[in-house]
Design a protein around this ligand. Structure first.
Ligand code: COA
Ligand code: MG
Length: 290
C-alpha cells in the first residue's frame, strides 16, 4: 500500500516570489503554486514565468508540487497548461471543474507530459456538486489522470449564497458528497481553506471536522496553519497502537480463519484489520518523511 501523506497543502500566490522561496523551508506535504485566484490579471504572465522557473529549479525536497492553472475558458489557461506540462509538476490543479469533459480536454493536452504528472480537480461550483459521481468516475479513464479532489469552499459559498456558521452547516452536504464520490472511485480529497488565518483555535476545529468527514488533509493559505494540519491529519499514537493491536490479534494462532474476534472487549472484524493496516501504513509514510 503506497500512501502519500497529503495532510497540509499550502497555496502560494504565483506572483509572490517570496512565498515561492519560503515554501522550500516549510513542512507542508504539498505546495500549490497558484496562477488563478490569488494572482491579479496584470500579474498573470509574471506569475507563470516565476512558477515554471521554481518548479523546474527544484529545491522543494519531498514536497509534492502542484500547479493551479487558470480555467481553460480564460485567456491564460491553455498557456498555463502547456507550460506546466513542460516542467512536469506532480500534479496540475484544474479550477472550476464541473463535468468530466473538462478533465478529458486537460488530459489530452497533457499527453506529452510524463505519466507522473497527475490531475487534481477543484470542486467549487454547484454543477460540480451535482455531477460529483461522473467527475470522480472519470478517474477510471487513464486519459484524465485524475487523482485528487480539492474543495473550493469560498467559491461554493459565493455561488450558492450560503453562509457558513462555525460548524459549516451549509457546507456539510458538499463536503460529504465529495468525500463519498472520491472514495467510490479511489481518489484523495482535500478540504477547503480557512480564511481567518490568525485564528488557530478555529482552524484546529475545522481541521478536526474535516478529518471526521473523511478528508485526507486541508488546503492552507498561511505557514502558521501547517503544523496544526499535519498534527490533526496524522493518526494519533493511540490510533496507531490500537491498529497494531488489531493486526497482532488476527495473527494469533487461535484467531486464524476467523472473521470476527474480540479485542479489549470490542468486536473487531476483518474490515477493521484493513482499516488498521491503512492507519499503520499512513503513520509509517509520515514517519519516513522526517
Ligand atoms: N506560502 C508561503 N509563505 C507564506 C505564505 C504562503 N501562502 N503566506 C505568508 N507567507 C510568509 C510571508 O512571506 C512571511 O515570510 P517572511 O516573514 O519570511 O518574509 C511569513 O510567511 C509571514 O507572513 P505574514 O506577514 O503573517 O502574512 P502576510 O501578510 O505576508 O500574507 C496573505 C497574508 C493572506 C496575503 C498570505 O498568507 C497569502 O498570500 N496566502 C495565500 C493566498 C492564496 O494563495 N490564495 C489562493 C488560494 S485560496
Ligand atoms: Mg476558486
Amino acid at each position: 500500500m503506497a500512501i502519500r501523506p497529503r495532510r497540509s497543502a499550502l497555496y502560494m500566490p504565483g506572483s509572490n516570489a517570496r512565498t515561492l522561496e519560503k515554501a522550500k523551508t516549510l513542512a507542508a506535504d504539498v505546495v500549490i503554486f497558484d496562477l488563478e485566484d490569488a494572482v491579479a490579471p496584470e500579474a498573470k504572465d509574471l506569475a507563470r514565468d516565476q512558477v515554471m522557473a521554481a518548479v523546474a529549479g527544484g529545491g522543494y525536497g519531498n514536497r509534492e508540487l502542484v500547479v493551479r492553472i487558470n480555467g481553460l475558458d480564460t485567456p491564460w489557461g491553455l498557456t498555463d497548461l502547456a507550460r506546466a506540462a513542460e516542467v512536469a509538476p506532480d500534479a496540475i490543479l484544474v479550477p472550476k471543474v464541473s463535468s468530466p469533459s473538462q478533465l478529458i480536454t486537460v488530459g489530452q493536452a497533457l499527453a506529452p507530459a510524463p505519466e507522473k504528472t497527475r490531475v487534481w480537480a477543484m470542486i467549487e461550483t454547484p454543477l460540480a456538486i451535482l455531477n460529483l459521481r461522473e467527475i470522480a468516475a472519470s478517474a477510471e479513464d487513464p486519459v484524465t489522470r485524475l487523482s485528487c479532489f480539492v474543495l473550493g469552499t469560498n467559491d461554493l459559498v459565493k455561488e450558492t449564497r450560503a453562509a457558513l456558521d462555525e460548524n459549516r452547516t451549509a457546507a456539510l452536504f458538499w463536503l460529504s458528497a465529495a468525500v463519498t464520490a472520491a472514495r467510490a472511485f479511489g481518489i484523495d480529497v482535500l478540504d477547503g481553506v480557512y480564511n481567518a488565518f490568525r485564528d488557530l483555535e478555529g482552524f484546529r476545529r475545522e481541521c478536526q471536522q474535516g478529518r471526521q468527514l473523511g478528508m485526507d488533509g486541508k488546503t492552507l493559505i498561511h505557514p502558521d496553519q501547517i503544523a496544526p494540519a499535519n498534527e490533526i491529519f496524522s493518526p494519533t499514537e493511540e490510533e496507531v497502537a490500537w491498529a497494531r493491536k488489531i493486526i497482532a490479534a488476527f495473527e494469533q494462532p487461535e484467531n486464524q480463519g476467523k472473521g470476527a474476534i474480540t479485542v479489549d472487549g470490542r468486536m473487531v472484524e476483518l474490515l477493521h484489520r484493513q482499516m488498521a493496516q491503512r492507519t499503520v501504513a499512513l503513520a509509517e509514510a509520515i514517519a519516513a518523511k522526517s
